[in-house]
Design a protein around this ligand. Sequence first.
Ligand SMILES: [Zn+2]
Ligand SMILES: [Zn+2]
Length: 133
Amino acid sequence: MPSQVAGISERQQLIIQHLEEANQELSGQDLHARLRASNSPMGLATVYRHLRQLQQRGQIRCRHLPSGEALFAPLGRDEHHITCVDCGTTAVLKRCPVHHVDLETEDSQGFALLFHTLEFFGLCEQCQSRQRD
Ligand SMILES: [Zn+2]
Ligand SMILES: [Zn+2]
């Protein structure tokens, strides 16, 4: 269970809880559907407003798909993807190759570091063999 964080509302705590329980990243639409299926529905605009506030406070992480869709995950989940440039298939990397990399104090320029994003692109096996034919 997530620990109670000072300064965030009960509804925001609930959103974090749903992100923690999901084993993959969730979009605002996904969260909206999950909250509706549970006994605490929230309007879609409200979900997005809370997500934006949580993101601005550094309580959740966010990445954008090439389509522009934003996906959210708990701050502590260090997970990355490799995506096929042809068919768009995405796979989760088994480990983060830069998990132990830290910025030097000089490079972080006074920022309190929260998370990083890292994305790999390639051709999946199916597309490699299809392109060979
Ligand atoms: Zn492919
Ligand atoms: Zn990482």
